[in-house]
Ligand binder design. Structure first.
Ligand SMILES: NC(=O)C1=CN([C@@H]2O[C@H](COP(=O)(O)OP(=O)(O)OC[C@H]3O[C@@H](n4cnc5c(N)ncnc54)[C@H](O)[C@@H]3O)[C@@H](O)[C@H]2O)C=CC1
Ligand SMILES: CC(=O)C(=O)O
Ligand SMILES: [Mg+2]
Length: 370
């Protein structure tokens, strides 16, 4: 199969859909990969490296988009949508529940859209969201620590404290992949860390893994209000797969947070978990609202795009190989988890959570694949 890998054009998005190592695996399996010129230039994956791995280089985006299977990183931007063709398979992050306009445009383009973030595995985990959640969770503490500095609008708290001075308080809302990796980094810095989740089994697991260094608290409105008021850094990392993030942090609660405290809303790609959150970019990552510094970058892993691209291809490659080897219909029929990634099929929504959030009609993936 011919696989197109376009250069990403979202603000400061330097990740690439497939690494040279991934290209090598695909071409060894008999597939052709067409990588847009300079797609990996900023992260040390030159056209020469891709050529040496067996790729062909496309001179333009339209050439890369002329392939039956497109593997990329971020949701199509406005300049990319006209390049999509009916019946083409698009395999990428989409986050459609947070973006009704993009959903409508992709429905009109009549593509087959498989979203990384809703592909599941046998255990119900999200194997293609996980690697980027690991990266974003770790970055969330670095970004939060930077935003806490006075020059950036923060309240001038050093998360680790110093001898004789108590550490900063970090509150993590959602203890899945992002939350766990945020906790790891914050504890590593020596911060005072509390993590909240509605899953008691998850809290038990994290308590076992981190021991007494991590405080856990069951997530309800009462506890959130109490802890948010005293947090220096609040990381929003909740997820209801495929759905808009629940707005757990009201504007009234943000108002009660300490002036200069920081909210890193990692869940912004699903719409954000605070009423005051709106997407920002790496060019202009923060804004202050109700006295709180908000960092709401929707493609955080792009900050460490080289590591992130490697982590992403490690996870996506087996799925790309399955789609390319078997054809997308057979691959989706054979793998119930991959089928959960099917969000749109030739003008119809095929993901129940997405359909209910956007109040659109839905057909089941099984019917779409008949
Ligand atoms: N901004 C960015 O660049 C990136 C954003 N993300 C986003 O981060 C979010 C979290 O992703 P993951 O950690 O992989 O998800 P996950 O599914 O591993 O974890 C989510 C956790 O939220 C918990 N949760 C649900 N409702 C809750 C509530 N009311 N209170 C407390 N906890 C609650 C769940 O029990 C679960 O443990 C997602 O929206 C994901 O798309 C991930 C990577 C990059
Ligand atoms: C998950 C996601 O949105 C990202 O890695 O950019
Ligand atoms: Mg305030």
């Amino acid at each position: 199969m011919l696989i197109g890998v376009p250069k990403e054009i979202k603000d400061h998005e330097y990740r690439v859909g497939i690494t040279p190592a991934g290209v090598r695996a695909l071409t060894d399996a008999g597939h052709e990969v067409l990588v847009e010129t300079r797609a990996g230039e900023r992260i040390g994956f030159s056209d020469e490296l891709y050529l040496a791995a067996g790729a062909r280089i496309a001179d333009s985006a339209s050439e890369a988009y002329a392939c039956p299977l497109i593997v990329k990183v971020k949701e199509p931007q406005s300049g990319e949508i006209p390049l999509l063709r009916e019946g083409q398979v698009l395999f990428t992050y989409l986050h459609l529940a947070a973006d009704p306009t993009l959903t409508r445009l992709l429905l009109e383009s009549r593509i087959v859209a498989i979203a990384y973030e809703t592909v599941s595995d046998a255990a119900g985990a999200l194997p293609l969201l996980t690697p980027m959640s690991e990266v974003a969770g770790r970055i969330s503490i670095q970004a939060g620590a930077t935003a806490l500095q006075l020059a950036n609008g923060g309240r001038g708290v050093l998360l680790g404290g110093v001898p004789g001075v108590v550490p900063g308080k970090v509150l993590i809302l959602g203890g899945g992949t992002v939350g766990t990796h945020a906790a790891m980094m914050a504890l590593g810095l020596g911060a005072d860390v509390t993590l909240m989740d509605i899953s008691l089994p998850r809290l038990r697991y994290l308590d076992e893994v981190f021991g007494t260094r991590l405080k856990t608290r069951y997530s309800d409105a009462y506890a959130l209000e109490e802890l948010a008021r005293e947090a220096d850094l609040l990381v929003g990392s909740v997820l209801l797969p495929g759905k808009r993030a629940p707005k757990l942090i009201s504007r009234a609660l943000v108002k009660q947070m300490q002036p200069g405290s920081v909210l890193v809303d990692v869940a912004i790609d699903q719409g954000g978990c605070a009423e005051t959150s709106r997407p920002t970019t790496h060019s202009s990552p923060t804004y202050i609202e109700e006295g709180v510094v908000h960092y709401c970058v929707a493609n955080m892993p792009a900050a460490c795009a080289r590591s992130a691209t490697q982590a992403l291809t490690n996870a996506t490659l087996p799925y790309v190989l399955a789609i390319a080897d078997k054809g997308w219909k057979v691959a989706l029929k054979a793998d119930a988890g991959l089928r959960k990634g099917l969000n749109l099929h030739l003008g119809q929504v095929t993901h129940a959570g997405l359909a209910s959030d956007l109040e659109l009609p839905c057909i089941s993936p099984d019917i779409a694949l008949e």
